[in-house]
Design a protein around this ligand. Structure first.
Ligand code: PAF
Length: 282
């Protein structure tokens, strides 16, 4: 992969890159489209990264429909697919990890210790192998996108990081490879995550700026789900993930909850001003 990327660069090609763990859905395919402008070659990777799964998480049962993924990527206009085996990505003697301090410990980092260290380490390795000019990540994993942007800045990588909007089912459920685990009932209750975000947004639009009542409005919606267990519902500054109270500026409203044994996340990015609230980008 590295030789191929070096040759492409030497020939003057600009490389766009979409790292994935496979089990692709329309959200992933939208990342391929987002990588295209300004790039001559769009590369994707499929690698179920063991380093970002904690003990007891779903590494073994994570879906791996490789042939379907490959065909969908090709149909979406992906030019180059990199599928390294875990034994190539992690030599047993590897002792180097990439850690983005502090940002990795909040929100999802609290209940998934080590997760973001796994993400930043593998993405750093993938960047060194694929040598992209542009890399695209989904807003669905908002904390991941913020952390990776910080990593790119802190380590001086000449990579433009693009964040693509969340793609949802028509009823509002954010697409996720893990939605495949949900029973009918769990899927129905999973819709409450989106509804909870909407409830906080409605309170913001009505003028509320205190974080506690805004989050309480979200948690109250989540509590209607009998099979739903809330992990967190928080409002933070979008750029820094720092707590934000009163809620002002570009903010991330983020929610995580378990539907049965499946952990789901969703979020909204908003620009909150004195005179109103509008959608914003990460
Ligand atoms: O978002 C994902 O699918 C993964 O965290 C990533 C970025 C491919 C790293 O393994």
């Amino acid at each position: 992969m590295q030789r191929r990327a070096t040759a492409l660069r030497a020939a003057g090609a600009r490389i766009g890159f979409v790292p994935t763990m496979g089990a692709l859905h329309a959200g992933h395919l939208s990342l391929v489209a987002r990588a295209r402008p300004g790039c001559d070659v769009v590369a994707a990777s499929i690698f179920v990264n063991p380093l970002q799964f904690g003990p007891g998480e779903d590494l073994e049962r994570y879906p791996r429909p490789f042939e379907r993924d490959r065909a969908e990527l090709e149909a979406a206009g992906c030019d180059l697919l990199f599928v390294p085996p875990a034994t190539d990505m992690y030599a047993t003697e590897a002792r180097t990890f990439v850690v983005v301090d502090e940002l990795q410990d909040v929100l999802c980092g609290r209940s998934r210790p080590g997760h973001f260290r796994g993400v930043t380490t593998v993405v750093a390795k993938l960047f060194n192998l694929v040598q992209p000019h542009v890399a695209v990540f989904g807003q669905k994993d908002a904390q991941q996108a913020v952390i990776l942007r910080r990593m790119v800045q802190d380590l001086d990588w000449p990579i433009e990081l693009r964040v693509a909007p969340i793609v949802r089912d028509p009823d509002g459920l954010a697409l996720s490879s893990r939605n495949a685990y949900l029973s009918r009932e769990e899927r129905r209750e999973a819709l409450l995550l989106h509804e909870a975000l909407g409830a906080a947004r409605a309170r913001l639009a009505a003028g509320e700026r205190r974080s506690a009542p805004l989050c309480a409005a979200g948690v109250q919606v989540l509590s209607r789900g009998e099979r739903l267990r809330s992990d967190y519902f928080e409002i933070v500054e979008a750029a820094t993930l720092a707590p934000c109270d009163p809620v002002r500026g570009r903010v991330l409203i983020a929610v995580a909850a378990w539907a049965g044994s499946t952990r789901l996340i969703d979020n909204l990015v908003l620009d909150v001003r004195d005179d109103g609230v509008s959608d914003a980008e990460l």
